[in-house]
Design a protein around this ligand. Structure first.
Ligand code: NAP
Length: 460
């Protein structure tokens, strides 16, 4: 073997050994946290060529420093339901990495929330936030509280109790939470009010996703869904394709899904299916978004009720079947691990051309491998759904400057940010000989800035 190749081989082997060693440590130190392991594995596998080419990251033990959150806060959330019964939930905030800015990431209210879920989301958030090009670090929080079926009064009392504890750890220059699954405008409003009461005054920059009347940004509600479609549009454009006339399947029917459907339809696509955690609807004529919005945002009903208004459409119980519907573009926008290997193979054999992950980690590692091996255009979550946090950072900027941009101004900035994320991820993939692999590209592009900032700031 020529010396130069031999040297590369040795460096590569050294990087592989380092990655394996740290990953074993992650599994040992964080037992039973399978979602966290999955998120770490995906990033680590992508970083091997970067570590081989830049041994300083190994010398500085950057991976081990990155997988350990700067702070993990777990707290009790007691509250009283409408019948006077005292309930207790568990709250979390993981302040993962502040190398490039204050911790930033949403709050999730869902019964499945535990340390593993919050840590996987917080870890992903580090790289996602770095990719946006804005000065924001990574964090995430939540509670195992289930908002489904709760009255407004119960939601308010729970949320106030949650914020009473969380308020000790957040602030506009320290940690700025936002919404996520189960946390929308209503919950952010209650949290903001409680923070204000505790602190004795209005602090605009402590939360994002606020209502427009009290410091929110136009375009934040739409940002993640629109951003998802803007990113996929870039992937398609690069291959001479577009959304126009394409059949699209979108999972979920929450904030991200609704605005992904809206933008895809505006670009001429026909969206034929969406879902909730009970089942999915298939409307061959194309989904009527006004009906979905009214059902989910106003009436707070289930997606199955869609067929009462559109009897030609079909409703199927269970979520997994949505991936058996033939489509050219699939946008998983519901939750983690919703596409497994079987669903991925089904999508591929039905002719899918592009996948854009609107949700966080919606594809299992095996599903992702299917898409990459079969050369399907694949946009990974930390790049595709970064539009939400990017506009949150724009909300922070507007709050600091005490001004409000128009919807058009915010939307134009969002489009520019999504284009840059796509371009930077593609370039990073190219630089490390993983052409067109956006998983590798996004991980590398997100990682380098954070790693370099950590090194510049010393061992802290
Ligand atoms: P959301 O408004 O609460 O909506 C979640 C939707 O997914 C609901 O329709 C929910 O149905 C559905 N769902 C949950 N589990 C499901 C399953 N197993 N199969 C099918 N549908 C299921 O939450 P969101 O804000 O849209 O967030 C969705 C995803 O995007 C999450 O992964 C989140 O982390 C990610 N994300 C969100 C943002 C943001 O700005 N909101 C930003 C970046 C990433 P039910 O109503 O039945 O529960």
């Amino acid at each position: 073997m020529p010396t130069i190749l031999k040297q590369e081989h040795t460096e590569m082997q050294f990087a592989i050994n380092y990655v394996n060693e740290v990953f074993e440590l992650v599994q040992k130190r964080n037992p039973y946290e399978s979602e966290f392991h999955q998120a770490v594995k995906e990033v680590f596998d992508s970083l091997i060529p970067v570590l081989a080419r830049n041994p300083i990251y190994i010398e500085q033990n950057i991976l081990e420093r990155m997988v350990e959150p700067e702070r993990v806060i777990s707290f009790k959330v007691p509250w009283v339901d409408d019948h006077g019964a005292v309930k207790v939930n568990r709250g979390f905030r993981v302040q993962f990495n502040s190398a490039i800015g204050p911790y930033k990431g949403g709050i999730r209210f869902h019964p499945s929330v535990n340390a593993s879920i919050v840590k996987f989301l917080g870890f992903e958030q580090i790289f996602k936030n770095s990719l946006t090009g804005q000065p924001i670090g990574g964090g995430k929080g939540g509670s195992d509280f289930d908002p489904k079926g709760k009255s407004d009064g119960e939601i308010m009392r729970f949320t106030q109790s949650f914020m009473s504890e969380l308020s000790k750890y957040i602030g506009p220059d320290v940690d700025v939470p936002a919404g996520d699954i189960g946390v929308g405008a209503r919950e952010i409003g209650f949290m903001f009010g409680q923070y204000k009461k505790i602190r004795g005054g209005y602090v605009a920059g402590v939360l994002t996703g606020k209502g427009l009347q009290y410091g929110g940004s136009l375009g934040r509600t739409e940002a993640t869904g629109y951003g998802t479609v803007y990113f996929v549009e870039e992937m398609l454009k690069d291959k001479g394709l577009s959304f126009k006339g394409r059949t699209v399947v979108v999972s979920g029917s929450g904030n991200v899904s609704i605005y992904a459907i809206e933008k895809a339809q505006q670009l001429g696509a026909k969206v034929v299916a969406c879902s909730d955690s009970s089942g999915y609807i298939y409307d061959k004529q194309g989904i009527n978004l006004e009906t979905v919005k009214h059902l989910k945002e106003v009436e707070k009903k289930r997606i199955r009720d869609y067929v009462n208004k559109h009897p030609h459409a079909q409703y199927f119980e269970g979520c997994q079947g949505i991936w058996s519907i033939p489509c050219e573009i699939a946008l998983p926008c519901a939750t983690q691990n919703e596409i497994d290997e079987i669903s991925a193979n089904m999508l591929v054999s039905n002719g899918v051309v592009a996948i854009g992950e609107g949700a966080n980690m919606p594809s299992t590692l095996d599903a992702m491998r299917v898409f990459l091996d079969r050369k399907i255009l694949f946009g990974p979550a930390k790049a595709v759904n970064a539009g939400g946090v990017a506009v949150s950072a724009l909300e922070m900027a507007q709050n600091s400057m005490r001004l409000s941009w128009t919807f058009e101004e915010v939307d134009a900035k969002l489009q520019e940010i999504m284009k840059n994320i796509y371009r930077n991820s593609m370039n990073a993939a190219l630089e490390y000989e993983a052409v067109d692999n956006l998983v590798v590209g996004a991980n590398i592009a997100g990682f380098k800035k954070v790693a370099d900032a950590m090194i510049a700031q010393g061992v802290v």
